[in-house]
Design a protein around this ligand. Structure first.
Ligand SMILES: [Zn+2]
Length: 227
């Protein structure tokens, strides 16, 4: 079986760019915990505050709540720099304004590696991607491609396609479960019948499987978009 490449390790700063609160926790945060525990700096940039994401709650209530949950979640995996850009949740488009903000964040933070969201139409047959994710992902790719040299070394996306993998430990996985569970109100409303801790555990298990294509280790995978 063809093996995945080892995710690069010769870097110091990563910028995780996502559309909504909880996007880092649905795929990447076990890897993030490994990196921060090795002393690397990881910064989260979120286009929206996820203010349209909780049914029955107004955007005015929901936005600040989800920002608080995201900050608590990030702290569980050693991330203390979290920024919210205030673009409208569920109305995110690949506009010049969004691309300009992405470029500004990359220039200011000067990451070695940029991590973004999967932008394809389907995660798997019958599992369509969200429009916000597709638009945001396209904006990151476009902004990244327009950066002057020397920019960051790598752009990766987190999704169903894999070129590279980061082996994660039990401690990394435990931290990722705690991180996702910090989105407590969000998860309680999303699935009222399943305890939040159980939802978080199940999801993190799915995103940190034992990989036969990575030496039988538990790993988080990424797709290399540009280097
Ligand atoms: Zn999202």
């Amino acid at each position: 079986m063809a093996q995945l490449a080892q995710f690069p390790n010769d870097w110091q700063t990563a910028l995780v760019l996502v559309a909504h609160p909880d996007d880092p926790e649905y795929g990447m945060s076990a890897a993030v915990n490994r990196w921060t525990s090795e002393g690397k700096r990881v910064v989260y940039g979120l286009a929206t505050s996820g203010e349209a994401g909780i049914q029955g709650m107004t955007p005015q209530e929901c936005g600040p709540l989800r920002e608080d949950e995201q900050r608590a979640s990030a702290a569980r995996v050693g991330v203390n720099e979290v920024e919210f850009w205030g673009f409208p949740d569920s109305e995110l488009f690949n506009t010049p304004q969004l691309r300009a903000k992405i470029t500004e964040a990359i220039n200011r933070i000067a990451p070695d590696v940029v991590l973004s969201l999967f932008g394809g139409p389907e995660w798997a047959p019958g599992f369509p991607n969200q429009r916000d994710h597709m638009e945001f992902s396209a904006a990151v790719r476009d902004a990244y491609a327009a950066l002057p040299e020397p920019g960051p070394h790598w752009l990766f996306e987190s999704g169903p396609l894999a070129t590279h993998a980061v082996a994660v430990s039990r401690a990394d996985i435990d931290a990722a479960v705690k991180a996702l569970a910090e989105h407590r109100v969000y998860l309680e409303v999303l699935d009222p019948d399943t305890p939040v801790g159980e939802q978080a555990f199940d999801q993190v298990q799915r995103t940190t499987p034992v990989r036969d294509d990575f030496g039988g280790r538990r790993a988080v995978v990424f797709e290399l978009i540009s280097d």
